[in-house]
Design a protein around this ligand. Structure first.
Ligand SMILES: Cc1cc2nc3c(=O)[nH]c(=O)nc-3n(C[C@H](O)[C@H](O)[C@H](O)COP(=O)(O)O)c2cc1C
Length: 215
């Protein structure tokens, strides 16, 4: 699985070209995606090996290509390599967060931020009952990043349980930008063997109307 995507800035294009050249049918491509999705696990224990900048740029490139509200692309990312800054970020985690060491010790922590007042807005006003959609757009970008990282042999864990205001102070993030999530990234020292159980598809999918079972 690892290294299937060519490690260059335009890796996604290379992969597409490879598939096309070899006349691989689309279901093969789907299986690749499903394999990456299903085998990915949250990794909280990393090797100290550094992550190559080439790979960092590939995962950030994947994030950049996510869809967003009216293509507003409210996301911004801070790549943290400094041990001192990582330590300060780890201190912002809520007590008992199992990702404390992941933030402190991963070779890189990617901090996902969002410019507020763009996603979900039209002519400066929110247009749905949900207000600002920044969490949604940033999540799309991060999931692209996380899945691409996994396909390159890199582990990550989403970290949401932290004090975002304190993290913003540590990083000098201005008020009109929200710190959404921390994402430690590195080569896994340990991958959980058993995936946490998922709900059965029957429990979560309805047909035509809420509550009407399909499967
Ligand atoms: C929005 C979000 C926030 C999360 N926050 C944390 C966190 O603060 N600390 C942590 O250890 N894991 C966190 N996780 C990871 C989840 O616990 C994990 O994804 C879930 O248990 C499923 O395990 P898996 O990722 O291995 O499939 C978060 C995941 C998401 C999607």
């Amino acid at each position: 699985m690892a290294n299937r995507i060519n490690v260059d800035l335009h890796g996604h294009q290379s992969l597409f070209k490879l598939k096309k050249d070899r006349h691989i049918i689309s279901s093969d491509l789907d299986m690749d995606i499903i394999e990456v999705i299903k085998t990915r696990r949250s990794v909280r224990n990393f090797k100290s090996d550094p992550v190559e900048d080439e790979k960092l740029l590939v995962v950030l490139e994947a994030a950049r290509w996510a869809p967003s509200w009216a293509n507003t692309q409210c996301w911004e990312f801070i790549v943290v390599k400094s041990a001192e800054v990582k330590e300060k970020l780890a201190e912002t985690l809520l007590p008992m967060n199992p990702a404390f060491n992941a933030v402190k010790k991963a070779p890189v922590v990617i901090v996902a931020c969002a410019k507020l007042g763009l996603s979900g807005y039209y002519k400066g006003k929110p247009v749905t009952d949900k207000g600002d959609w920044f969490m949604f757009d940033v999540a799309l970008a991060l999931q692209n990043l996380v899945l691409t990282a996994w396909s390159l042999g890199l582990g990550t864990v989403y970290v949401g349980a932290f004090d975002a205001k304190k993290a913003a102070e540590v990083l000098g993030v201005p008020q009109e930008v929200s710190v959404v999530a921390l994402l430690p990234l590195g080569y896994p020292a340990e991958i959980p063997k058993e995936p946490p159980k998922r709900k059965d598809i029957k429990e979560i999918v309805y047909l035509d109307k809420y509550g009407h079972r399909w499967l």
